[in-house]
Design a protein. Sequence first.
Length: 117
Amino acid sequence: MHELSIAESLIKIIGEEMAKHGLTKLHTVKIVYGQISAVVPEALETSFEMLTLNTPFAGARMECEARPMVVRCRECGKEFSPSHEERLIMPCPGCGTEFGHEIISGRELFIENIEAE
């Protein structure tokens, strides 16, 4: 379960950002992850909750938002989101090319915002 190490890293980053701004109470953190980043949001939320017990972040809420996979066709340049079933062979809706597309989004993992005081 790599979500535990991800949660540890997020907590460290959040702590550093809060310290920079003189904040002490975390209310909400919003995480954005790509659909192909292999993040299980429920596991990440559980890990975050477990790691923040008895800390200044205890009781803070984590919100997770999935971003779809978007690719750009290597032949015609059309951008599209393949369905889950089409992720190995991704036929371009514009020209039909099936392989070699550039992944534009879907692998990201970042903190979108922190709500704290």
